[in-house]
Design a protein around this ligand. Structure first.
Ligand SMILES: [Mg+2]
Length: 444
């Protein structure tokens, strides 16, 4: 049987903050969104004292103070770099690593002896903890959908953070306890449709007629049924991670120059931004990764990742591409043959939601955003009418601000925005891993 593992970092942003401030271990920790608006990550202890996900700082500050919660502004440079360290560490245990989100990866485990896998994954988990300081949970199962569920069990019910879900006798009991909405790829909307058909648990979905599910949902829905029955047929591109949008691809042939990588990343970003707007969301952060081919053992290997946060959550393609290109330039090293790169938009908020809008005092803010939104609406309209080639040209133009908008000086605005962002990141930890001056000092 070929098996997959899903490796997921526990409370990732909060765990990153703890790595360089070990006094926080055992203490409640939260991380705030852009402009210190609301809570986007919580340690287990913070969950226990009753800080909800998305809690606005101004409403919960008193509760957090009372409970000694350590509050951090988001430090995306740190999270991007820590993510890269975790992903690199995984490669020591299998060459088959697919990055699924900033803190999750699927491992292909074919060729491993099933009997030793739990121990092997246990060793991997301990090594990652030792090398990076980040705790991870590992779920092992015959398909990605089941590995996702196994991971939840590992996190919730095991003491050692690894769970292998391969015993067919146990499967009905496990799946019977899982609501359909908890299954990878099943949204609330899809869950509601399934419930109308009397399908409420993973077990009921596993036993449902694939054809009926296909009619109610889509071909993806049908594949989820097959996956629940142990037949692997979903790719990670077909199911978006929660709260983020991923756009990545392996190159047809190896790429060595930075310009090609920039173009690739720009076009993936444009694709992801389109999806973002289609679902009426904005992104608070952007994550970019880059890697060589692990299966080519003789090639020199390199992989890395970087992340940036925005002063305000955005759905503007130009802003997103600019950030993505900055990241890829920072990650690029000459002398390697690159195999894959990807872009992820993270920390999504609804189009009109997000606490930062309340805190922003820029008088032109609404007009700026309105103009961006209109530009993007026109862009999306043209692209849907005339095809994707048009999109490419439009993004090329938009990344050259002086051409597009001479009197507004978009770079000027951006610098102004950056200062603003700095002021509102009053709880930010140092850039421990990406800025020399922020290195931790060891007193001997
Ligand atoms: Mg996680």
């Amino acid at each position: 049987m070929s098996l997959y593992a899903l490796v997921d970092c526990n409370n990732f942003y909060a765990s990153c903050e703890r790595v360089f401030a070990p006094s926080l271990i055992g203490r409640p920790v939260v991380v705030l969104s852009n402009n210190d608006g609301c809570v986007i990550a919580r340690s287990d202890e913070a969950k226990a004292v009753g800080v909800p996900m998305g809690a606005p700082l101004h409403e919960y500050e008193a509760l957090m103070k009372k409970n000694g919660v350590a509050i951090f502004s988001s430090n995306y440079a740190l999270y991007g770099d820590m993510s890269a360290r975790v992903m690199r560490s995984l490669n020591h245990f299998t060459p088959d690593v697919e990055i699924y989100s900033i803190d999750e990866a699927f491992l292909g485990l074919s060729g491993f002896d099933e009997a030793i896998l739990p121990d092997h994954m246990q060793r991997m988990r301990r090594a990652i903890r030792q090398w990076t300081g980040i705790p991870v949970s590992v779920g092992i199962a015959p398909t990605k959908t089941l590995a996702k569920l196994a991971n939840r069990i590992a996190k919730k019910y095991t003491s050692d953070g690894v769970y292998m879900m391969t015993d067919p006798d146990l499967m009905p009991r496990i799946l019977g306890d899982i609501e359909v909405e908890e299954i990878w790829g099943i949204s609330k909307r899809w869950g509601a449709r399934l419930r109308q058909l009397g399908i409420g648990t993973a077990l009921q979905l596993q036993r449902a007629s694939p054809r009926q599910v296909r009619q109610a949902l889509s071909v993806i829905g049908e594949r989820i049924v097959h996956e629940l029955n142990g037949h692997s047929c979903l790719t990670i591109e077909e199911v978006q991670p929660k709260q983020s949008i991923m756009s990545s691809r392996s190159f047809g042939k190896m790429v060595s120059d930075c310009t090609s990588l920039e173009e690739a990343v720009a076009s993936y970003t444009a694709r992801a931004a389109e999806k973002l707007r289609r679902q009426d969301s904005r992104a608070g952060g952007l994550y970019v990764f880059l890697r060589t081919n692990r299966f080519r053992k003789d090639d020199p290997q390199y992989s890395n990742a970087a992340m940036v946060g925005f002063d305000e959550a955005t759905s503007d393609t130009a802003t997103l591409i600019r950030a993505a290109v900055t990241c890829i330039r920072q990650l690029y090293r000459p002398g390697f043959r690159y195999h894959k790169t990807g872009v992820m938009l993270t920390d999504l908020t609804t189009r009109d939601g997000g606490q930062m809008s309340l805190l922003n005092t820029d008088p032109n803010r609404d007009e700026t955003r309105h103009a961006q939104d209109q530009r993007m609406a026109v862009l999306d309209h043209i692209n849907s009418k005339m095809g994707q080639g048009t999109l490419f040209h439009a993004t090329e133009g938009l990344t050259t601000p002086s051409k597009m908008n001479p009197e507004h000086g978009r770079f000027g605005r951006r610098i102004q925005g950056h200062d603003r962002w700095r002021m509102r990141a009053q709880f930010k930890s140092p850039a421990y891993t990406t800025r020399w001056s922020d290195l931790v000092l060891v007193k001997v």
